[in-house]
Design a protein around this ligand. Structure first.
Ligand code: ADP
Ligand code: MG
Length: 347
């Protein structure tokens, strides 16, 4: 469906590994003072004195995590970085370095890899992280991308999954379900295109959700906002697998239960419209859809006044006794126990 926008198809075999690495990375420069040594040696050196170092990694496999039938390569590069950075924001710190490793088959041209690296570079710029290394190898089965991100944080500001206490408020950023319904639209259009390659789909009314799927953003702004409001969450996680599964993670790590109020779950009107068209329940899309990369966190009730009026933070429930478990209370007052289905249950 989407062609590479640059026309020449330079075979990778015409470059050799070192020239390829040099070509792909020459436009990247180091901007963070904690990046002491970057690309070009046997290892990178990073350091930020007195702070703790946090590291996270993600592996993305063609056909499992992305489908090049509808994912533009530049978006793929961008998203690969962003979803990785989201894990560090979920620890309440700012990432500062990444490494990018790729395995490619000779089906890819130099121009295709350039597009992926354009997306990676844009993410580095938008999120203020330095590319300090990576690895390049060949693959026989498709494209594989692995990104590792590192960041530094003060010990007393780092937030993990295990600090929620009974009666803490459960808060989510942004709105949920968009990335999942965006994926459904893309899958449908791909199926239509297979039958009739001459169709020109008009996707404009779906653009909000398609963008959430193809070009998600990590909530750096929420970390900044919490800092400005002087709120340190008691626990936090990013929403990669759906609200339900992430609530269960906080519950397990923190040893508390949760009450979630269905009517409080933030769902954008664009998402509701697509749900109507596809005959989905929008609550189910939010609970099980995944890939929204919003932040889910708990705060002490003492911090309620600081966040209560904020347009992109919504209080959706509270922590309770572990014995109660994780319950969603519906608009009609019924209680439904949350289960972790994840996105796979939809396939
Ligand atoms: P080595 O043989 O020691 O693993 P490489 O030749 O693989 O070294 O890498 C040389 C330099 O280029 C290293 O600094 C490495 O981190 C960097 N590098 C290799 N591949 C990539 C890539 N795909 N993206 C970014 N940096 C890379
Ligand atoms: Mg190497």
């Amino acid at each position: 469906m989407l062609e590479n926008k640059k026309s020449p198809n330079t075979p990778l075999s015409s470059l050799g590994e070192f020239a390829l690495i040099e070509h792909l990375t020459k436009k990247f420069s180091l901007t963070n003072k904690s990046s002491l040594l970057g690309i070009g040696d046997d290892a990178a050196i990073i350091n930020d004195k007195d702070k703790l170092t946090l590291i996270t990694t993600d592996l993305l496999i063609e056909g499992v995590h992305f489908d090049l039938g509808y994912v533009p390569l530049k978006h793929l590069g961008y998203k690969s970085v962003v979803v990785n950075l989201s894990d560090l924001y979920a620890m309440n710190i700012y990432p500062s370095q990444i490494t990018t490793s790729i395995a490619v088959s000779n089906r890819f041209s130099l121009e295709a890899l350039e597009e992926i690296y354009e997306g990676i570079q844009l993410a580095c710029k938008n999120y203020n992280v330095d590319l300090v290394g990576g690895d390049t190898t060949s693959s026989k089965t498709g494209l594989i991308i692995s990104i590792t991100a590192a960041g530094f944080g003060d010990k007393n500001r780092i937030v993990n999954r295990k600090g929620a206490k009974e009666n803490d408020l459960l808060v989510v950023s942004g709105d949920l379900g968009g990335a999942y319904v965006g994926l459904q639209v893309l899958e449908r259009e791909k199926a239509v295109f297979k039958v009739n390659p001459n169709t020109q789909p008009d996707l404009s009314k779906y653009s909000y959700c398609i963008e959430k799927q193809l070009k998600p953003e990590a909530r750096k702004d929420v970390i900044k906002l919490l800092d400005d409001l002087e709120v340190i969450p008691t626990s936090m996680i990013d929403i990669s697998d759906g609200l339900s599964s992430e609530i269960l993670h906080l519950s397990k790590s923190s040893n508390v239960g949760f009450h979630l109020f269905e009517e409080k779950i933030p769902i954008d009107p664009h998402v509701s419209l697509i749900c109507e068209e596809f005959k989905f329940n929008s609550t189910v899309a939010a609970l099980n859809g995944g890939e929204d990369y919003e932040l889910l966190f708990t705060i002490s009730q003492n911090d309620f006044d600081k966040i209560k009026d904020h347009p992109y933070l919504t209080i959706i429930g509270h922590a309770c006794d572990k014995k109660i478990g994780c319950q969603m209370i519906t608009g009609l007052g019924q209680q439904i126990e949350l289960t972790a289905q994840g996105w796979q249950s939809f396939s």
